[in-house]
Design a protein. Structure first.
Length: 197
């Protein structure tokens, strides 16, 4: 997929993303030659810096698309016996993507608490919660989330999904996850088939 096709990633400011990528010094020169986030993504992938590419997408996609991406990654590695709390969290995060109201955002955070913040599904909910609005309880003075927090939650959730159950599959999973993100950034659904056993 060409950089120009990834319209939703094209709007990201690469200079603002650079500190969030946490790229090693060896890749800094490569990134210096990139003008856009999609160019940087392809440079990172070609250099084998898959975790850095994942973080670029996590911080570069618009928030709703980023949370949706986490949901697609989580569904890909979820096992048939996914717990009720995690399933409820996944459904809450997807509901927020479809209807990003404050009520759904706060409900998603409640599901993350019920899932004890330990799974990709829970962190998808945290990412939704940090995407907009106030972090303070209702009726209290507003406390907006720092701009980078949603991307940090997205990156953490995708990282958890990549190692869930079978950590040795992380490299191939990240490759699939990046394909999903490219599709989402081009306006697609990013859906991934359930992982084969």
């Amino acid at each position: 997929m060409s950089a120009a096709q990834m319209a939703k990633l094209m709007t990201a400011n690469l200079a603002e993303l650079r500190p969030r990528i946490e790229a090693p010094p060896a890749v800094a020169e490569t990134l210096d030659r990139c003008q856009t986030a999609p160019e940087a993504l392809e440079a990172l992938v070609q250099g084998g810096f898959m975790s850095e590419a994942m973080r670029l997408i996590a911080h570069g996609l618009p928030r709703r698309e980023g949370v949706w991406w986490v949901c697609m990654c989580a569904r890909h590695t979820a096992t048939a016996d996914l717990g009720a709390a995690d399933l409820a969290a996944l459904e809450a995060a997807e509901l927020w993507v479809r209807r990003p109201t404050d009520e759904n955002r706060r409900a998603a955070f409640a599901r993350a608490e019920e899932a004890r913040f330990g799974t990709p599904e829970a962190w998808a909910c945290v990412a939704a919660f940090w995407s907009a609005g106030s972090m303070a309880p209702l009726g209290q003075p507003e406390v907006p989330a720092a701009p980078h927090l949603a991307g940090t939650a997205i990156a953490g959730a995708v990282s958890l999904a990549a190692v869930r159950g079978k950590p040795a599959r992380q490299p191939e999973r990240l490759t699939r996850f990046l394909e999903s993100a490219r599709d989402i950034s081009a306006g697609g659904t990013g859906r991934l088939a359930a992982e084969a056993e």
